[in-house]
Design a protein around this ligand. Structure first.
Ligand code: ADP
Ligand code: MG
Length: 591
């Protein structure tokens, strides 16, 4: 049996670092939280190369004297709690006394600090957890922590770091969230000497939102306010229904001034938008809860990102109610146009299955509706029309039946007669299929064909989103996107893949970001192209509830018949179903 030994301090700190210090963003989070706990009113965060080479956090907080500065680097050294009783009423962001020694164990860390009453400061230089230099330092009251060469002595961890652009983007997201949690503190973030954003410290949440997302987006945020219960207060901002994103990342949750991941609260926010946003789209929101400290357990996660909340159900219901109220209270936010965007509820649809019609005559080549003139559908453009005489049944698999249009059954069905009975076509699904194939062809086209926009579109992105797009700029160019990247995270769309509706440049970028930003996704060209074409088709397709003229309906049916796979929409739901004469006879009790 090997002998048991107690690990030395350095090893123990490296192990703790494994939990607390996952990437540059976690270092920044811990350091900024320390600055906030120190009562700072201004904090500056500067990073280089995504924080991998250098991170500097400066504050004008209370600082430390020489003795405390040395203690601060020891494990479980904290000024914030004294014993177990304090754990149940934590009001500071930190309390574990682990951050500084953990960071120092995996980097070269320099701490410079001075209290307001001292006439000079102290500095300590630590490498791999060992103090290598110390002495007096000249600085204004406050603290400056510099972290260099993160993970230089833990190559296994270093290997997992993403590109500096990606890491820097994650840092920016964190700093923004911390700034949201403390609107009264001015926080500035600089990456490679370029200022990414700066909150002003006005105390107004909306000002922080504007400093990050831009004032354009901030104008579309509706205030959420609810203090009905004495134990729970809800405040924040929820985006108008027109402001949706393809993942939940832009729902930020703050609890007692702490930025946390709370799927409970995030889901409750999304629930308020349920049926108001198109399927698969998520809101932008910042929700800040205040609860009595006894109701919140923050000691469940080493980086304190996850928390446990008592009275979960009540909290969740109150959040949904408060956000709903904000959305509904403002009549302007639910115009018909938005409601029409709402897709049919997936859960009510039957599972995708093989269409159950194989009409006997369908194998023959037929010209559909030869006596009707070509007619274009609103978003399709006349080029979407399929030449009527072309033999369209040359694809493998069952052929599309020759049908004759009868009329529209609101909200979304087209009725037609055809071989052996009645055919019912879902107009949205059918048009989605047609557009999807058209967009797919445009994206797969030779070289980088583009349609240049008469009016280039400015898209305001977060730092992280812009870096994400920039990292894939060549790939996007190969699809036909002509993009200019500017500082300040504005991307200008100058050109789009051919055939894509030109008015939707921003939506395409957001779709791509949403796709690239899914955690754990390794993007493949085929996958992204499918996603992009499907999203664009869904958006441009005629919606349920739209009236179609006879000519429009016929044109749609023709285009569907000419599609490579006319039987399902890009999400796999059927576009057409068949009710046979036999089935009708049975239902009328004729057989
Ligand atoms: P914790 O925040 O959990 O107490 P840390 O390792 O992050 O543990 O910090 C240890 C201690 O160092 C803190 O409790 C605080 O007293 C002191 N400290 C750290 N950063 C600062 C700062 N920026 N200003 C003043 N004091 C600080
Ligand atoms: Mg701390």
């Amino acid at each position: 049996m090997p002998k048991i030994v107690i690990l030395d301090e350095t090893t123990a700190n490296q192990i703790a670092a494994g939990e607390v210090v996952e990437r540059p963003a976690s270092v920044v989070k811990e350091l900024v939280e320390n600055s906030l706990d120190a009562g700072a009113s201004t904090i500056s965060v500067e990073i280089e190369q995504g924080g991998l080479t250098r991170i500097v956090v400066r504050d004008n907080g209370c600082g430390m004297d020489e003795e405390d500065a040395q203690l601060a680097l020891l494990r479980h050294a904290t000024s914030k709690i004294r014993g177990p009783a304090d754990l149940s009423r934590i009001t500071t962001l930190g309390f574990r006394g682990e951050a500084l020694p953990s960071i120092a164990a995996v980097s070269k860390l320099t701490l410079k600090t001075r209290t307001a009453t001292a006439d000079r400061g102290t500095f300590l230089e630590v490498e791999g957890g060992k103090v290598i230099n110390s002495g007096p330092a000249a600085l204004a009251p406050g603290t400056i922590v510099t972290v260099e060469n993160l993970f230089y002595n833990t190559p296994a961890r270093k290997k997992y770091m993403k590109s500096p652009g990606t890491e820097g983007g994650v840092v920016g997201d964190y700093v923004f969230r911390l700034a949201l949690a403390r609107p009264e503190v001015a926080i500035r973030f600089t990456h490679n000497r370029r200022q990414v954003f700066a909150s002003l410290g006005t105390g107004k949440l909306l000002d922080v939102i504007a400093s990050f997302y831009g004032s354009e987006l901030a104008r579309q945020m509706l205030p959420v306010e609810d203090c009905s219960g004495d134990w729970l207060q809800i405040k924040g901002y929820a985006g108008r229904l027109t402001l949706h994103r393809s993942n939940r990342r832009q729902v930020t949750v703050l609890i007692n001034g702490r930025y946390v991941y709370s799927s409970l609260v995030t889901m409750a926010v999304c629930e308020a938008y349920h049926t108001l946003l198109p399927a698969g789209r998520y809101p932008v929101a910042v929700i800040s809860l205040s609860v009595a400290p006894e109701l919140l357990d923050v000691n469940v996660h080493p980086a304190k990102l996850e928390v446990r909340l008592a009275r979960e159900r009540e909290v969740s219901e109150a959040v949904t109610r408060a956000v709903r109220k904000a959305l509904m209270g403002n009549r302007l936010v639910i115009p018909g146009a938005v409601l029409r965007e709402h897709e049919p509820d997936l859960r009510e649809e039957p599972l995708p299955r093989v269409p159950r019609f194989f009409p006997p005559e369908a194998g023959r080549q037929q010209v559909l509706f030869p006596d009707h003139p070509p007619h274009s559908l609103p978003p399709t453009g006349s080029e979407g029309y399929v030449a009527e005489a072309a033999p369209v049944y040359d694809h493998a698999g069952p052929s599309f039946p020759a049908v004759e249009y009868l009329g529209q059954l609101m909200p979304t069905y087209l009725l037609a007669t055809g071989p052996d009975g009645l055919y019912i076509i879902d107009q949205h699904a059918a048009h989605e299929r047609v557009l999807y194939e058209k967009y797919l062809a445009a994206l797969a086209g030779p070289g980088a064909a583009s349609q240049m926009l008469v009016l280039p579109v400015n898209v305001f992105l977060t730092h992280r989103e812009a870096r994400l797009l920039e990292a894939h700029r060549e790939f996007l160019a190969s699809l036909g996107f002509v993009l200019d990247f500017f500082s300040q995270d504005t991307v200008v769309v100058r050109g789009l893949p051919p055939d894509f509706p030109p008015g939707e440049g921003e939506s395409y970028l957001r779709d791509i970001i949403g796709y690239l930003d899914e955690p754990g996704r390794s993007p493949s060209r085929e996958d992204l192209v499918h996603h992009l074409a499907a999203q664009a088709a869904c958006r441009a397709a005629i919606k349920a509830g739209e009236g179609l003229s006879g000519a429009e309906a016929r044109s749609l049916l023709e285009q569907l018949a000419a599609a490579g796979n006319p039987f399902t929409c890009p999400h796999g739901r059927p576009t057409i179903i068949h009710v046979s004469h036999h089935e009708l006879a049975q239902r009328f009790k004729r057989s």
